[in-house]
Structures are given as C-alpha cells and as structure tokens.
Design a protein around this ligand. Structure first.
Ligand SMILES: NC(=O)c1ccc[n+]([C@@H]2O[C@H](COP(=O)([O-])OP(=O)(O)OC[C@H]3O[C@@H](n4cnc5c(N)ncnc54)[C@H](O)[C@@H]3O)[C@@H](O)[C@H]2O)c1
Length: 303
C-alpha cells in the first residue's frame, strides 16, 4: 500500500485502556509507537500494561516470547507536553472523552507535529468537526474509532468531519486495514453508528435496574442468552468505563437535544461514587484489577 509508505511511527495520545490497546496493535503490526499522556509516568504505566497483556499471550502459547519482546520494544512512552512528537507520522488521540480536553490536545498536536501529519481521534461521540476547528489543519483531522479491546475487535469506524480531505480519509482507511480491521464510514453526527445504537440500550438497562425490573446478574444473563449478545449490558459498561459511558450519553443528549438520551440518574450516582468499572475495581460488579480479561464478580449489593 504505497499510501502508507511514509508512515513508520504512530503517535498514540492517552495511555488508558484504549490508548494501550491501540499502541499494542500498531506495535504488533511493525509500527514504532510514541505513547503519550499527561506525564511520562502515566505513559510508562500504559506501556507496562501492554507488557502484561503480551506476557499473557506468551503464557497461552499464542505469541513467541521474542515477538512479544520486539513488540514491546517498539513502544516509547513520553509526556505529551515534552516536545517528543516531531518524529510521528500519524496520530491517534485516545484521551478522556471530553470536548475541551480533546480540543486542547489537538491544539498541542498541531504545534508539535509536522505539517501534513494526520491527526485522528478515537472519540466515541464528539463532533470531529468541532475537534478539527481547534487546529490549523482541519483537513487532516478525522475520526478513527476503534472498538474495545483494539487488538481483538475487528471494526474501525471512520468519521469524516466537514473539512476532512479525501487524502486524509484514504490514509486512515489504509492504516486501519493494515492493522487488520474492517472499516465503515459514518457521518459526523454525535455517537456515529455504533454508539448511536449501543448507548440508548445501555442507558435503558440502567433505567431498568433503577426501576428494579431485575438484578444486574439476571439482566446480564437475559441479554446474553435472550439476545445472543457476547456480554450483558452491565458487564459491558464495566468494561467500557462508567465515566466514559456517561460522557458519551451527555454528548448525545446535549448535541442531539432529544430527551431520550437523558443519562440515567443511577449511572450518574455510580460515577459520582467513583465506581467506574474495571478501571477502578468496582462498577456494577466488583472487578479485581488482576482479572481484567476475565468475567466480573458480582458485588454483594450495588443498587
Ligand atoms: N472505553 C471504551 O470502551 C472505548 C471504546 C472506544 C472508544 N473509546 C474512546 O477512547 C478514548 C479513551 O477512552 P479510555 O477508555 O481509554 O479512557 P481511560 O479513562 O482509560 O484513559 C484516558 C487516558 O487519557 C489520559 N488523558 C487525559 N487528559 C489528557 C491530556 N490532556 N493529554 C494526554 N492524555 C490525557 C488520561 O491520563 C488517561 O490515561 C475516549 O475518547 C473514549 O470515548 C473508549
């Protein structure tokens, strides 16, 4: 794919669960990766978490120890504000789902990255056009929405902002395909395709719990077995992060202006309590940090 010839180093901004997964995926496909967060220590923790994921694959004989070591060696942690982004050829931003945060990051990237470098965002819901308005190169800004976890899930949703150039779209699609993904194209309307459909369902599950229709376990089993979903809604929200789920619903509610997207008060309460799901050790279930990839363990009482 000649279109990708100039792309050797991918910058990943945000070393949380999505940033780590995107860094792992890109490194596994031979790209050098600069993994940046608000401090080098956070980026280093993100890299260490990738190391743990790779070690698990080695343990299960799904990956050779030498390949795991080479993959991890391609990931370099850095401080976003430390002036280390000149060498990147393509950026995927995967920081907190907040429009002001993303606009500030994109303004920083615009100053730090070479002209012409594509600045993609992994946002779940925020307007690509609004993020693009924060930079002098809105034609190079695009949505590149990986699913969780990025090394495993096959889909990447691509979202063109109002100003996104054809070349930016072609490069992003080619990169997603090089990473082994199937792409779909969405218009730049809040939530795009996946979260426009998924989030109202998850919110409705919260309202159903709020009304006492069933327990967390029973509703998860009902949706898993009754609708053949791989995970129930509460297990899925624990995986996504309740703070991220709430942030996405707030974007849908505000931007689309329809009361049907009003976030359930129970979800707000859990987030206020710091019960964010696997990332904090507790959400709808107790989720021990050591069991990130295994199923959740039901708490005694979470209502
Ligand atoms: N969680 C999911 O299932 C999922 C799926 C698809 C897309 N996304 C999107 O990916 C993005 C990240 O989500 P996540 O689940 O990884 O969140 P997370 O909370 O696990 O990680 C967010 C990271 O962003 C960092 N960050 C915050 N402000 C920053 C800044 N100014 N500069 C650099 N880094 C900063 C934080 O330190 C943290 O490491 C969000 O936009 C989210 O909507 C999430």
């Amino acid at each position: 794919m000649a279109i990708l010839d100039g792309i050797r180093r991918v910058g990943v901004i945000g070393a949380g669960q999505m940033g780590r997964g995107i860094a792992q995926l890109a490194a596994a496909h031979g790209f050098s990766v600069t993994l940046a967060d608000i401090g080098r220590d956070i980026a280093e923790r993100g890299r260490a978490a990738v190391g743990q994921q790779l070690a698990k694959l080695v343990e299960k004989n799904k990956l050779g120890a030498d390949v795991a070591a080479q993959t991890l060696a391609r990931i370099e942690p850095c401080d976003l504000y430390g002036g280390e982004l000149e060498a990147v050829d393509f950026v995927v931003e995967a920081a907190t789902e907040d429009v002001a945060t993303k606009r500030e990051i994109f303004a920083t990237l615009d100053r730090a990255c070479r002209g012409g470098v594509v600045l993609a965002t992994n946002t779940s819901s925020i307007s690509i056009t609004a993020i693009g308005a924060a930079v002098k190169r809105p034609d190079r800004v695009i949505g590149m929405h990986f699913m969780n976890p990025p090394p495993i899930m096959k889909l990447v949703e691509i979202i063109r902002g109002l100003a996104t150039a054809d070349g930016t779209y072609e490069t992003t699609r080619a990169l997603a395909e090089r990473l082994g993904k199937q792409t779909v194209l969405s218009r730049d309307i809040s939530g795009f395709i996946v979260n426009r459909v998924l989030m109202p369902m998850l919110n409705e599950a919260c309202f159903a719990l709020y009304e006492g229709i069933g327990s967390v376990e029973d509703m998860d089993v009902a949706i898993q077995l009754g609708l053949k979903h791989p995970m129930g809604p509460f297990s899925l929200m624990d995986l996504i992060g309740l703070d991220t789920a709430l942030a996405i619903l707030e974007v849908l509610h505000r931007d689309l202006g329809d009361p049907k997207y009003r976030p359930c008060p129970l979800l707000r309460q859990y987030v206020a309590a710091g019960w964010l799901g696997r990332k904090s050790g507790r959400g709808f279930y107790h989720c021990p940090p050591t069991a990130q990839t295994s199923g959740p363990i039901r708490t005694e009482e979470t209502r």
